[in-house]
Write a protein that binds this ligand. Structure first.
Ligand code: ADP
Ligand code: MG
Length: 352
């Protein structure tokens, strides 16, 4: 079939979300329309080696240890990656969603799905993300930044966290899937939570906890992004931690049962958040709806949202009239359009 677009789907990776990525990738690989796309699966091992050829997904899921995939160092894989028409990164967390892979793809000159280097990096770092959101006038819960190297200084920590009241949420700045995140209900639990977050990152975010419903909104587009309907996460645990996210016990309610005015506010904020970090293609934007005050707070943006069959992002778009194969097609088209838009005028600047 001539004329098909060659799409490399990249999955796995070095982050704690490796296995989530594999589940997402399986769903994307199935959904890409074979009449339009020739799919090239590319795995990344936990050690950061690229797997090309054969069946890298089976190899990474342990199903086919003898798979004929070739294992390459990233530099050696660059040429393979550059040989496709577009790359669809389905990698969550550091070294996938944080701008590093995106920079690699920029250097290779290949279009890719989702946010660029800047949007990915800002969206990955919870502290910088909040600074950008605050500048854009978006509503955030009170929060503070601590460095791992500052934790030994009790006085400094006390001073930095003054003004926040329990419960607190302690998070590594650069992670995902709730890895390293703790809910701290009293001062006695705080040091352990800070130490745990410090295992994952040198930057630690401490937030005011809110008793809130968790609402999420999908965004799709480049220069004029659109918001999906709003969905609600019904977390099974005390909060939406790693287990609650992936053991199948948490429910999603799509669309969420909320006032039309709240839904409008969330959808508008979702688009503003997307534009504030200069995201592209897609994002899932997550909110808290304070049960007591009814106030909406922006929690975070995810530039590569979960893509499994049970994930919020594809289900939000399905409920908004965009089924999964259509969503994948649009994402590839948006990647190609963004690449063309960025290259427009490249070289047009006169060199003095
Ligand atoms: N300030 C907060 N108040 C209440 N719950 C929170 C707060 N921050 C995080 N949580 C809970 O922790 C979960 C994970 O936090 P989040 O910042 O979204 O990290 P991740 O990027 O790992 O998803 C949230 O979905 C929510 O259940
Ligand atoms: Mg989250």
């Amino acid at each position: 079939m001539a004329g098909r677009i060659r799409v490399a789907v990249v999955f796995g990776g070095q982050s704690a979300e490796h296995s989530v990525s594999l589940q997402s990738a399986r769903f994307v690989l199935e959904a890409l329309d074979p009449a339009r796309f020739e799919v090239v699966p590319i795995g990344i091992t936990g050690e950061g080696r690229f797997l090309v050829g054969g069946d890298p997904l089976a190899r990474l899921t342990g199903g086919a240890p003898q798979s004929t995939s070739t294992e390459l160092a990233p530099a050696a894989a660059a040429e393979r990656v550059a040989g496709v028409d577009v790359v669809f990164p389905v990698l969550h967390g550091p070294h996938g969603e944080d701008g590093t892979l995106q920079g690699f793809l920029e250097l290779a000159g290949v279009p890719y799905v989702g946010a660029g280097v800047l949007g990915s990096a800002v969206g990955m770092d919870k502290a910088v993300m909040k600074m950008v959101f605050a500048q854009a006038g978006l509503p955030l819960v009170p929060w503070r930044l601590l460095l791992r190297s500052e934790l030994a200084d009790q006085e400094l920590v006390e001073g930095r966290l003054s003004g926040l009241s329990y419960p607190l949420f302690v998070k590594p700045a650069n992670m995902g899937s709730s890895v390293g995140i703790s809910r701290v209900s009293s001062a006695g639990e705080r040091a352990a939570a800070l130490a745990d977050a410090a295992r994952y990152d040198r930057r630690i975010v401490v937030e005011q906890g809110v008793d809130a419903r968790e609402l999420e909104c999908g965004v799709l587009g480049n220069e004029r992004p659109q918001a999906s309907v709003v969905g609600e996460v019904l977390a099974s645990g005390e909060f939406y931690d790693f287990q609650a996210k992936y053991d199948g016990s948490s429910g999603l309610k799509i669309p969420a049962e909320i006032d039309a005015a709240v839904a409008r506010e969330i959808r508008a904020h979702a688009v503003q958040a997307f534009q504030a970090v200069d995201a592209a293609g897609m994002a899932r934007v997550d909110f808290f709806l304070d049960r007591a005050s009814g106030r909406v707070y922006l929690n975070e943006i995810n530039t590569i949202p979960g893509f499994t069959r049970f994930s919020m992002f594809p289900l939000l778009w399905q409920a908004s009239g965009v089924d999964f194969p259509e969503l994948c097609t649009r994402l590839v088209d948006l990647a190609l359009a963004r690449h063309a838009e960025r290259n427009r005028g490249a070289g047009a600047e006169p060199v003095a």
